[in-house]
Write a protein that binds this ligand. Structure first.
Ligand code: GLY
Length: 562
């Protein structure tokens, strides 16, 4: 009881006096650290750790808090992945990815001429996969947590009920999306003040979401996958030509999978297996890089960028061919992550010349910034959690379930609806990732933990659709090869190549002017400054037992340590 009152007071202070929060992008600590896209959610996680909760308790609390305080990607209507390393060194990965509804089919996003209907696969209720976040978070809590469900969901309920004071970031996001929200009554009701755009400083309450969270708190997964919330979700589907049924919801189960493990210059890499492509590709690319001396080449040099782009080109080509849900497709993860395969794949690497990406399909860059989100947590015992969670696009399909107050995902667009036709991230795919009932769509989310000997070295991950994996790769290479501290490893400007389209996108200053000239001379095409920042890697590094955390300075966020 005392604990509940304390928790309420702390959260209320956070709500009423946001300016009093001393939350930085960068923090040092010894006992625990949380880094996320929301300063409020990071504070919630830190409070849980300070009350004696472990990293999983904090991760679950942060997950629910993000669903309230960072609605673009924090969610209960989407899905995600968790990589967890316990203090005794065991590593687990949880797949809480959305699933295709039972009545989905391979051609559901093709029109009568057999053309891919992008609108349908992104901006309709057909775009929604069966949500996995609630089942995933609660299952993780049951297996590895120490606190009760009620304790870890309480801060999120309070945030939804009492309201959040909107910062400029959130107010601007709501304003930018207002015409999309206007399509759906429950969406415009949630994200505007009776149709008028919210401003920074306004108090934003989410009473319907608070009721949904209370049902989850009281009844566990049944509070979401059965009962009134499920009824509202299914009624919404039926009224809007969506496919998710009660059977889909009741059948949903997260899956604990064998982690992807690789090594790189004496470090151990632990990351997410399929249906994410992230872990496989990260290890594959690191294997390709390992024989080369990146430290000597230098950050942003032509040699470094050329080498990394050629690794990316080959890994993304493999992604399109080989990666999909392992419950439906035989994913050759062992082959793809072996050092021998990387060597073989790199035999045609020319240190002086760009390779040509095969000229198939019509890839295109994403038109809008994508809002998956990643958070990293370490507790005093050394339990470590990396979670990446998503609605796919920013605010998913923009559809709030009437009465239940949460946004639906548009994750079905991560399937390959038509061979060699790009999805929202310009990614190509084929049979391995075709739509099948109950299948999980391929992801790029790459929550990753890196250890050295018995100690955790780095916890990282990122949003950014197809750019997630190259973002994580660069944070790892910056930390290990270029010996950068966590602030610089994360803030250093990034570049990205994904095989198709055959172009290199880069952030200002990611590639030196001299290197740009040399890369063009080597045959690299379409070198262009990215319209969007690449990634948002909220990360923690452990140096001699001390924690250093950073929320990626590309975006508003918060790191809370003690
Ligand atoms: N929805 C983005 C991803 O899972 O890769």
């Amino acid at each position: 009881m005392k604990q509940a009152i304390f928790q309420k007071l702390v959260v209320l202070m956070t709500l009423l006096f946001p300016a009093s929060l001393v939350l930085a992008e960068f923090q040092r600590g010894e006992h625990g650290m949380v880094s996320s896209r929301s300063d409020i959610a990071s504070e919630v996680g830190k409070n849980i750790l300070e009350q004696g909760g472990n990293a999983v308790d904090a991760a679950v609390a942060v997950g629910f808090a993000l669903a309230v305080a960072y609605p673009a990607a924090g969610n209960i209507g989407g899905g995600g992945f968790m990589v967890l390393r316990t203090a005794n060194g065991e590593v687990y990965t949880q797949d809480a990815r959305e699933k295709a509804p039972l009545s989905s089919n391979r051609d559901m996003f093709l029109d009568t001429n057999g053309e891919f209907d992008r609108q349908l696969s992104r901006n309709s209720l057909l775009a929604s996969g069966v949500p996995g976040s609630v089942a995933g978070l609660l299952d993780a809590l049951e297996r590895f947590g120490t606190m009760s469900r009620e304790q870890v969901i309480a801060p999120a309920i309070l945030l939804a009920e009492e309201g959040v004071v909107l910062n400029e970031d959130l107010a601007n996001q709501f304003q930018r999306n207002i015409s999309a929200f206007e399509q759906y009554p429950a969406s415009i009701e949630k994200f505007s003040n009776n149709g008028i755009a919210y401003k920074a400083g306004d108090l934003w309450q989410q009473l319907a979401l608070a009721e949904t969270l209370k049902l989850i708190s009281a009844n566990g997964r049944d509070g979401f996958y059965k009962g009134p919330v499920a009824d509202m979700l299914v009624a919404t589907m039926q009224a809007n030509e969506g496919l998710i049924t009660h059977e889909d919801l009741e059948n949903y189960e997260p899956v604990w999978r064998e982690p992807i493990h690789g090594t790189y210059r004496g470090y151990d890499i632990w990351s997410m297996p399929a249906p994410s492509s992230g872990g496989v590709m990260l290890v594959q690319m690191l294997n390709m890089l390992e024989p080369y001396n990146l430290e000597e080449y230098g950050l942003g040099s032509a040699e470094t960028v050329h080498l990394m782009v050629e690794a990316e080109r080959r890994a993304y080509a493999d992604r399109a061919e080989h990666l999909g849900d392992p419950d439906f497709y035989d994913v050759p993860s062992t082959m793809l992550t072996s050092k021998q395969y990387a060597q073989l794949r790199f035999t045609n690497f020319d240190p002086a010349l760009a390779s040509l990406s095969d000229d198939i399909g019509a890839g295109s860059w994403p038109q809008e910034s994508t809002q998956t989100t990643h958070y990293s947590i370490i507790d005093a015992e050394g339990n470590t959690v990396a979670v990446t969670t998503t609605l796919n696009a920013s605010y998913g399909n923009k559809f709030v379930v009437p009465g239940a107050g949460f946004l639906l995902n548009n994750e079905m667009d991560d399937f390959s609806s038509k061979p060699n036709t790009a999805n929202g991230f310009g990614l190509l795919g084929g049979v391995a990732n075709k739509i099948q009932p109950s299948k999980r769509m391929l992801s790029s989310m790459s929550p990753t933990i890196i250890t050295q000997g018995d100690a955790v070295f780095l916890v990282t991950g990122s949003p950014g659709g197809s750019t997630i994996i190259t973002t994580v790769l660069q944070v790892v290479v910056n930390a290990i090869d270029h010996n950068l501290n966590i602030e610089n490893a994360v803030s250093s400007p990034r570049f990205h190549h994904q095989w198709q389209p055959n172009i290199i996108r880069y952030e200002t200053d990611a590639i030196t002017d001299q290197a740009l000239i040399r890369l063009r001379a080597m045959g690299h095409q379409g070198l262009s400054i990215s319209r969007f920042s690449l990634g948002d890697a909220n990360s923690i590094m452990m140096i001699n037992g001390r924690l250093e955390g950073v929320s990626d300075p590309r975006n508003v966020g918060g790191t809370a340590g003690f």
